[in-house]
Write a protein that binds this ligand. Structure first.
Ligand code: AMP
Ligand code: ZN
Length: 464
């Protein structure tokens, strides 16, 4: 609980000091995946930054309630309320039910998050489990005179909502029907479906009764209904990919505030793309790996996590196997350093350790500046004014936020006597006793290990 945390808020287009609605509690909602296909590493990046957000808030003393929804109905192939329902389309293609498809890809997604050390949310609500809540919300909008019906569904009338487009700074007037855009039966391009009627020609797998006719909810309404159910009508933070600013989040605000008359969310945080050759990674542009595919190529989920940490969440991150190699090597070196600090038995100055930790967290408090925090971790590795025990303690504390498993998964276990010899050799080198140091090096080699010096200190390896 402090006034140090600052976030860039898309709503106000500036960095603001974070003030929670309740004293020590923060509610966060993240737009989750549409579970019709595997999540690729770009998708994973958009769930990674809320993980850092949560860890920082928790470290700063807040209780966090986090919700990620699962879209298992209503997301059409085009964001303009036309096209096929992605779930129904996948079910047809794979010859399975929409429920089976949803379960399969949701399970895969959860496994990927676990592998990436991304903490699970407190709630995983599914759109199909919240039809009642979505209908209730549309009824409220109806009562407030904000909806109209066409032959294919029920629509939100954006012209009746005063602040429509405030998140994205949309000039609504320029988008009115009759201008450049074709809007079908919609009155305005910015109106959007709240409820779509099932088509007469084709039987849908997932459809429900409603006061307006049999059909299914539009994509946006689920996020308003479920966030309000689990976090209240007014809550602290909403996250998502930046493409949601224009349509999905703009519509979430309009329908939520249109229904309740209250401000919906205080802070809107949006993550940037994982890119490949300067463009969002995609099937056609390349770089579209899943986590399992990367694992098959010899990378670990922690390599990818380190890679994600190396860029600020609001900056594009350029993916390539070469860039990932760089992250992999850096992580390996960092783990070797931590391992070297581990067995030290030096006296710890709490003041020094706390001071260094404060500096580390201050970078993250500043709109989750992970690259700055990571470079500070390397400063600590090389810092001469801290002893190894202090460094080890700091690394373990840093890792509560970095989540890199810094002291786990040590592949080669280096025996204690070898590590002690390496420490003795270091002391000799510090005292410029080069001959003695070389003699210890030979002892180490006779035990089957080699020791190399690097900028961050020495590294012990098994001799091959
Ligand atoms: P989807 O399952 O397609 O609805 O996407 C889920 C989330 O992944 C959305 O919030 C997107 O913003 C995000 N996403 C998709 N592609 C990328 C990418 N290349 N980089 C970062 N986030 C992405
Ligand atoms: Zn959403």
């Amino acid at each position: 609980m402090n006034n140090k945390i600052r976030f860039y808020n898309t709503l106000t287009r500036k960095k603001e000091t974070f003030k929670p609605i309740r004293k020590d509690f923060v509610g966060i909602y993240t737009c989750g995946p549409t579970v019709y296909w595997f999540q690729h590493i770009g998708n994973l990046r958009s769930y990674f930054f809320p993980d850092i957000l949560k860890r920082v808030l928790k470290t700063e003393g807040y209780k966090v309630r986090h919700v990620i929804n699962i879209t298992d109905v209503g997301h059409l192939t085009s964001d303009a309320d036309v096209g096929e329902d992605k779930m129904e389309k996948a079910a047809k293609k794979e010859g399975r039910t929409a429920k089976e498809i949803s379960k399969f890809y949701f399970d895969g997604f959860k496994k990927d998050l676990q592998k990436m050390n991304i903490e699970m949310p407190d709630f995983w609500p599914k759109a199909t489990d919240h039809i009642k809540e979505q209908i209730a919300l549309i009824k409220k909008l109806d009562k407030n005179g904000l909806i109209y019906k066409t032959s294919d569904g029920v629509y939100f009338d954006s012209s009746k909502f005063k602040d429509y487009g405030k998140l994205a700074n949309i000039n609504v007037k320029g988008l009115k029907s009759g201008k450049r855009v074709s809007v079908g039966e919609k009155k305005s391009k910015t109106d959007f479906a709240l409820w779509k009627f099932s088509s007469k020609e084709e039987k849908r797998q997932q459809e429900w009764e409603s006061p307006w006719g049999v059909g299914f909810p539009g994509w946006h309404i689920e996020c308003s209904a479920m966030s309000m159910k689990y976090l209240g009508e007014h809550f602290d933070i909403h996250t998502g990919g930046q493409e949601h600013i224009q349509i999905h989040h703009t519509n979430e605000i309009a329908q939520s505030e249109g229904a309740t008359g209250k401000k919906f969310v205080n802070y809107w945080l949006h993550g940037e793309w994982l890119t490949h050759n300067g463009e969002k990674i995609s099937k056609s542009k390349g770089g579209l790996y899943t986590l399992s595919e990367l694992e098959k190529e010899g990378y670990s989920p922690m390599d990818l996590r380190y890679f994600f940490l190396s860029a600020h969440y609001r900056k594009p991150l350029s993916f390539s196997l070469d860039n990932l190699d760089y992250a992999k090597n850096s992580l390996k070196r960092l783990k070797e350093s931590v391992y070297r600090f581990k067995d030290a038995d030096d006296k710890i100055s709490k003041k020094k350790v706390d001071g260094a930790f404060e500096e580390f967290i201050s970078y993250l408090d500043d709109d989750l500046n992970t690259p700055r925090a990571l470079s500070y971790v390397w400063d600590i590795v090389k810092e001469h004014r801290l002893n190894n025990s202090e460094k080890y303690e700091l690394m373990i504390r840093f890792d509560k936020i970095l989540g890199l498993n810094l002291e786990k998964e040590k592949k080669v276990s280096i025996p204690l006597n070898v590590r002690k010899l390496a420490e003795i050799r270091k002391q000799m080198r510090d005292e410029k006793k080069w001959d003695d140091a070389d003699e210890v090096r030979r002892d180490i080699e006779n035990l089957g290990f080699s020791v190399k010096d690097s900028e961050e200190g020495y590294i012990i390896k098994e001799k091959t």
